[in-house]
Ligand binder design. Structure first.
Ligand code: ZN
Ligand code: ZN
Length: 348
């Protein structure tokens, strides 16, 4: 079967993108060629686009579900037609970072194993991802739920790095897709946790309550301090100095703030050092998700305890990429998924 034309959403300088045809690749030894089913638009993609530093011609996107179109030599355990989900980053498993549990700091971890990227009708999956990180999806798992494997694994790593225990009180700063995904993964993995979510947008607070938040609050120092919250952990999915300051204040003595948000290279936070030193608070960074978190998330989705598809508000073809970006940018959408380009569907 030949799918043509084969389109990608290519970066086109600054924050611009354009849909353009590319020749279809063929998989090398150990690789798979995948035909896109859905790809998620992630905060990282948005961050990279708005920073505007991407090389023209490069292709973003890394939350991918697709069908196997062809196999490179030596590939085992997969067959043409398998529906799979696969992350783009895989650690080596052997180096000192991997051995010490900092797998996402591994030297090879940041290599992108989805080429040219996920915003494409077809893509090649690198051999390390094929061997250790790709999952075949059985009938009961929807594309819409499976596409969250990678972002939910990032969230699970964040939760594990917070060190919280059953029954703890946590605060999530931000009820965007990643804040709400923290809520859903907490509810699936540690259902005894009590969760407070803070967000300025009232529809998002209402939705957070529907998804099981115990309490929702609006940001604002006076308001938050009056609540006397004393959280065991605060997850900052918003970022910036102000939110970091308030996250520290919302944490109990001995509690943990987890930073789960992008910052520009020049961005520094001013924090009250004694609030860390004298009160034994920890500020912890978390980056991406490793194989252990991916496998735990796959099992949670598979058994139905985690259903992140609730966060999908829009699905549209790659042709409408810029529309999807602007919906998320203007907070008119939570999670946007893209399906293959119209032209490639027309050729089926
Ligand atoms: Zn992502
Ligand atoms: Zn390693």
């Amino acid at each position: 079967m030949v799918f043509s034309p084969n389109n990608v959403v290519a970066c086109a300088g600054g924050s611009a993108t354009r849909l353009e045809p590319r020749p279809e690749q063929s998989p090398d030894f150990g690789e798979l060629l995948l035909r896109l089913r859905v790809v998620g638009l992630c905060g990282t993609d948005l961050y990279k686009l708005s920073a505007g530093n991407e090389q023209p011609g490069s292709v973003l996107g890394h939350e991918v579900v697709g069908d196997v179109l062809s196999l490179g030599k030596g590939v085992q355990h997969f067959a043409v037609g398998d529906r799979i989900v696969v992350p783009h980053h895989v650690s080596c498993g052997d180096c000192s970072f991997c051995q010490k549990g900092n797998e996402t700091m591994c030297e090879v971890f940041r290599e992108n194993l989805i080429a040219p990227g996920g915003f494409a009708d077809t893509m090649v999956i690198g051999d390390r991802a094929v061997t250790s990180a790709a999952y075949i999806l059985s009938g009961e798992i929807s594309d819409k739920a499976a596409v969250f494997l990678e972002p939910a694994a990032c969230v699970l790593r964040s939760i594990r790095r917070s060190g919280i225990g059953s029954g703890d009180l946590v605060v999530i700063q931000g009820a965007g897709p990643m804040g709400l995904l923290h809520l859903l993964v907490l509810r699936a993995e540690m259902p005894e946790t009590r969760v407070i979510i803070i967000d300025p947008v009232s529809e998002r607070r209402v939705f957070a309550e529907k998804l099981g938040a115990h309490e929702v609050l609006t940001p604002g120092k006076a308001n938050l301090l009056a609540q006397n919250i004393n959280a065991d952990a605060v997850f900052d999915t918003v970022g910036g100095s102000v939110v970091m300051g308030s996250s520290i204040e919302l944490t109990r003595h001995g509690g943990t703030v987890v930073l789960f948000a992008h910052a520009s290279n020049e961005e520094h936070a001013k924090i009250d050092l004694n609030s860390v030193f004298k009160f034994e608070r920890r500020i912890v960074g978390t980056y991406s998700g490793a194989l252990a978190e991916q496998s735990a998330i796959f099992n949670l989705i598979k058994c139905g305890r985690l259903d992140p598809s609730l966060l999908v508000t829009h699905t549209m073809p790659l042709d409408d990429f810029e529309k999807g970006v602007s919906l998320v940018h203007n907070r008119k959408a939570l999670k946007v998924l893209f399906t293959p380009s119209k032209a490639s569907l027309g050729s089926l």
